[in-house]
Design a protein around this ligand. Structure first.
Ligand code: ATP
Ligand code: MG
Ligand code: MG
Length: 386
């Protein structure tokens, strides 16, 4: 395995943690990212990287020629270029170009998953204001209007509160390539990481609870505090969702789900074809991290044990705040003294508000101990950002 070279499109924090995991297996990673000092490149200076946009055709081909496998840390890539790499046999592409294309368009993703029998919130395509209003009539208010492409951290979403609000939402989101989704009154948001080998074999991580604030993941609790039947249901939904992806898909996938306030209905919100924020806890809390299992999967190596090796874990995102980098560093320094805490800083300089600058994982022997440690750190973070 240590003769194989993996190329990653995108060099942010997910790429950085992939490089970390790959280095232990002595797998070389080359990163394609326009930023010379991107988080992933900073920790791997031995191999040459490609300092070009990951939309550049020549750059993707140049990367493919020196790699055995190409993969992504972001789904917003030019899939036509990846198809060309696959067709020319320059490198394998995982997850396949077709799978990335399917997932990057959230409407096509819903169409595909719905046809495979995955439980989803009701949704409808919206290309005109009339269709937005028709969605309001069908779903009631509020409902969620979403951009099909380029979405992350809720930036492509608009909650339409009333008929009178429809036009504002439609134009705010650009008035094209949109779809509407029924508002799900959820009691919790759940997520599961699932890893899949090229032959289709999958391994599923535990069900976690994610807490979003302003559409950005703030906290993850592993395992989720839910009853056994809900846990089984969420595991099955996530496993079925990743298993039904087109043949040849491989790598790690994040499955975001809603637990309806009825207490038992589990619906898929969306999936990510890459390592996911809700899986960062796996570095310290599981036998094999999501990053290592992604590297193993795209190299078609045996998958590692996905089970928890601690009773309880949490992940707290460290976001940029009003007071710049000090709002990042101060709580991280304080966390060094919290038992069970591991600090991850991504090497980003510009700590603009809401930017993911790092995360802190906390492990504990019990849910109570976890809550105490997590509250301590979350309190420091809240103080630092005020
Ligand atoms: P990500 O950064 O996870 O890719 P995104 O921009 O693709 O985010 P979504 O996952 O669609 O956005 O939505 C962000 C958040 O908005 C969800 O985690 C959830 O809290 C809320 N949300 C989205 N869709 C719905 C819905 N149909 N009903 C209720 N809440 C919703
Ligand atoms: Mg998304
Ligand atoms: Mg999401």
């Amino acid at each position: 395995m240590d003769k194989q070279v993996v190329g990653i499109l995108g060099g942010g924090q997910l790429g950085r943690m992939l490089v970390e995991a790959a280095s232990r297996l002595n797998v070389q990673v080359r990163v394609l990212d326009p930023t010379v000092q991107s988080p992933a490149k900073q920790i791997s200076n031995f191999v040459p990287h490609v300092d070009e946009p990951f939309t550049s055709s020549e750059a993707i081909h140049a990367l493919a020629r020196v790699c055995d496998v190409l993969t992504v840390e972001i789904e917003h890539v030019n899939c036509a270029k990846l198809v060309a790499v696959e067709e020319a046999g320059e490198a394998k592409v995982y997850p396949s170009a077709a799978t990335i294309q399917l997932i990057q368009d959230k409407f096509l993703q819903k169409e595909y998953l719905g046809a495979q029998g995955v439980a989803l919130p009701e949704y409808a395509r919206c290309d005109t204001l009339e269709e937005v209003l028709a969605a309001g009539d069908a779903f009631g208010y509020p409902f969620v209007l979403k951009c099909r492409l380029g979405a992350y951290d809720g930036r492509g979403n608009y909650v339409v509160e009333s008929k009178a609000d429809a036009e504002a939402g439609f134009s705010r989101l650009g008035g094209t390539m949109l779809y509407a989704e029924k508002f799900v009154p959820f009691s919790k948001e759940l997520a599961v990481m699932v890893v899949r080998r090229p032959g289709g074999q999958v391994a599923t991580y535990p069900v976690v609870e994610t807490v979003q604030r302003d559409n950005i993941c703030e906290l993850v609790y592993a395992p989720a505090q839910i009853d056994g039947r809900v846990r089984e249901a969420a595991m099955k939904v996530a496993t079925d969702t990743v298993s039904c992806l087109p043949s040849g898909s491989a790598g790690i996938f994040g499955v975001e789900m809603f637990l309806h306030e009825d207490g038992h209905t589990v619906l898929v919100n969306e999936i990510a074809p890459r390592p996911h924020n809700s899986g960062h806890y796996t570095i310290e809390a599981c036998c094999t991290s999501q990053f290592e299992n992604h590297i193993r999967a795209v190299l078609d190596l045996p998958l590692g044990d996905t089970s928890l090796k601690v009773p309880a874990a949490a992940m707290i995102n460290v976001l940029g705040g009003a007071s710049g980098y000090s709002s990042v560093l101060e709580p991280c320094l304080a966390s060094l003294e919290v038992p069970g805490a591991t600090v991850h800083l991504y090497g980003k300089e510009d700590a603009k508000a809401g930017r993911k600058m790092g995360h802190i994982t906390v492990v504990a022997d019990s849910a109570l101990q976890l809550r105490r440690r997590t509250d301590l750190i979350a309190g420091r973070l809240a103080n630092a950002s005020n």
